[in-house]
Ligand binder design. Structure first.
Ligand SMILES: [Zn+2]
Length: 301
């Protein structure tokens, strides 16, 4: 099954996915509609309702509309609810009328759930239903036909190749110790992907260890274990993007906090400065004499 991305524009985050999220489980829904995955995602993206979900899946494909590291509004348990704040939502299409299209969409939904479990190193207990969070009878048709039956479909898919993430192709994701990389994702305490830590965004670092197996095989600096798909090689970018003492840099407009925790005032952003000292993930800037994360800096020619 194809998994395609049609992500909500970042300008719509405030309405559709305002919070960063370290996902903890999958939440299964039925759309109670007869629209395709493509139509469900494009409608979700353009309407102004605080309703959103990470994936819609039909008989042909899965479409991702919200990044997995942001929350979505789907579980009916409020702004601070566990379902809304920690769940990766999968909407299974064509549930209103059912029939063969729904049968295939449900099978694809099980395969997608299995793929997600595999990526995060989760077990079958991480597959939840909307009903668990708000009491709503959803996923209605899947429940009608038997929840345990659906879980069995996920378990079966877990043990086949269809659950292997498409991004794990060898060669494209092979990093070795010493490689400079840019990380966006959640570094974990183990190569098996346990205990994810704080979200890194455009963090520049070095691969310090490589594990032979696991979902999170690459250890970056002191941050933890990362997935191959969270890394992009720093080579291939402009070599001047490697920042060091003396580099002229600019603080990115999206930078929020200094490495020491205080908020970065607006006047600092976009201003050219010079690196006085570099330490691990941060740099001391001469002009403002403050520590800024390297990931919040760009070279200023
Ligand atoms: Zn639902």
């Amino acid at each position: 099954m194809r998994i395609r991305e049609d992500l909500v524009d970042a300008s719509r985050y405030a309405r559709k996915c305002p919070y960063e999220m370290a996902p903890q489980f999958v939440v299964i829904h039925n759309t109670y509609n007869d629209a395709s995955a493509d139509a469900e995602i494009s409608y979700m993206k353009r309407n102004d309702n605080e309703v959103s979900f990470h994936y819609a899946v039909d008989d042909r494909e899965a479409v991702r509309g919200i990044p997995e590291n942001r929350n979505a509004w789907h579980a009916g348990d409020g702004a601070g609810g566990r379902g809304n704040r920690y769940g990766i939502a999968i909407e299974i299409c064509y549930s209103k009328s059912g029939g063969p299209r729904f049968d295939q969409a449900e099978a694809n939904g099980a395969a997608l759930a299995a793929q997600i479990l595999q990526r995060y190193g989760w077990g079958i207990e991480k597959v939840c239903k909307h009903q668990d969070f708000s009491g709503k009878y959803c996923p209605h048709r899947t429940l009608d036909r038997g929840w345990q039956r659906f879980l069995d479909m996920v378990s079966a898919a877990l043990h086949t190749d269809s659950a292997t993430p498409e991004t794990s192709a060898p060669g494209t994701s092979d990093y070795k110790v010493g490689d400079m990389v840019v990380v966006t994702g959640y570094p974990c305490a183990t190569a098996a992907g346990e205990r994810p830590g704080r979200l890194l965004e455009r963090y520049r670092g070095t691969v310090t260890r490589v594990h032979g197996s696991g979902t999170h095989r690459y250890h970056v600096d002191t941050k933890g274990w990362c997935r191959a798909e969270d890394l992009t090689p720093l080579q291939g970018q402009n070599p001047q993007t490697v920042l060091r003492t003396g580099s002229r840099v600019r603080v990115l407009p999206g930078a929020a906090h200094y490495a020491t925790g205080q908020r970065i005032p607006d006047w600092v952003k976009g201003r050219a400065d010079v690196i006085l000292q570099c330490k691990e993930d941060r740099a001391l800037l001469q002009g403002i004499y403050s520590w800024v994360y390297l990931s919040d800096l760009e070279p200023a020619g």
